[in-house]
Design a protein around this ligand. Structure first.
Ligand SMILES: [Zn+2]
Ligand SMILES: [Zn+2]
Length: 254
């Protein structure tokens, strides 16, 4: 699975800082499946005609942009049923989904899971996704804070080859108010320690024991806030090799 990070910034990125810039978060899988995105990344999509499907995590304006969606038509757009009716456009096919009901998109099997994140007016769904292409299994978990119990139970059935996490809050920043809607590096460390331990799969009669995150599986960080992270060089120096902090344009193969 080839993953290209088109944008790796949280909502506070609007202009460059000291010559560095992160567009609002958007990630492209094998050129054909896009997760989230705004017009900030439109010029970075080199083969728009190859994108058949888009998954939307939630309707916050740093993730959902009708102008981008319409510019990519014809396209199938998958969003949670609580707000899918806000998406429209010529050549835009809207496919609503429900939490924990898997579906097919661009050749992937996708499981949408309820995330710990609340778009206003607080009755709309925010989701994380597990993507499977038949060989690899990847978790896409932004936006969101500490995993909800239901999501954790669902994850125990998988052996992830990689995970992509919301890392809005960088190293340090104790007391930051965002921890109830976004992750900090400290929170990620605690969750990942458990994700790497052998676990019983919940609700799985086989009782198979395995780590949710395979040994050596990379953890990519995205959705980094402008005010809560240093420049990329500093982020890399402090977080690698424990994490792989993404930057705009970074491409990896899982
Ligand atoms: Zn966001
Ligand atoms: Zn959000």
């Amino acid at each position: 699975m080839k993953i290209r990070f088109l944008g790796t910034g949280a909502a506070d990125w609007r202009e460059p800082v000291n010559g560095e810039f992160r567009a609002l978060s958007s990630t492209l899988f094998d050129e054909k499946l896009l997760i989230d995105g705004t017009m900030m990344v439109r010029d970075r999509i080199t083969h728009p005609e190859k994108i058949t499907d888009m998954l939307l995590t939630h309707p916050h304006s740093d993730h959902f942009d009708l102008e981008l969606i319409r510019s990519l038509a014809p396209i199938r757009v998958h969003a949670h049923s609580s707000w899918a009716d806000r998406i429209s456009g010529e050549g835009v096919e809207v496919v609503p989904f429900e939490y924990f009901e898997s579906f097919q998109a661009a050749g992937y099997t996708v499981l949408p899971m309820e995330a710990n994140h609340l778009p206003e007016p607080h009755d709309e769904g925010a989701v994380h996704f597990v993507l499977q292409d038949g060989e690899k299994t990847v978790l896409y978990a932004t936006d969101g804070a500490w995993l909800l119990t239901r999501e954790w139970y669902a994850l125990t059935k998988f052996s992830l080859d990689a995970a992509i996490f919301d890392a809005t809050i960088g190293e340090g920043y104790p007391g930051d108010y965002r921890i109830f809607e976004h992750n900090s590096i400290e929170m990620l460390r605690i969750m990942l320690r458990t994700m790497r331990q052998p676990m019983f799969a919940k609700h799985n009669a086989s009782g198979h024991i395995h780590p949710v995150l395979k040994a050596g599986a990379p953890v990519y960080l995205t959705h980094m806030a402008r005010t809560l992270h240093g420049p990329q060089g500093e982020v890399d120096a402090s977080l690698r090799p424990e994490f792989c902090p993404a930057h705009d344009g970074m491409e990896v193969t899982v």
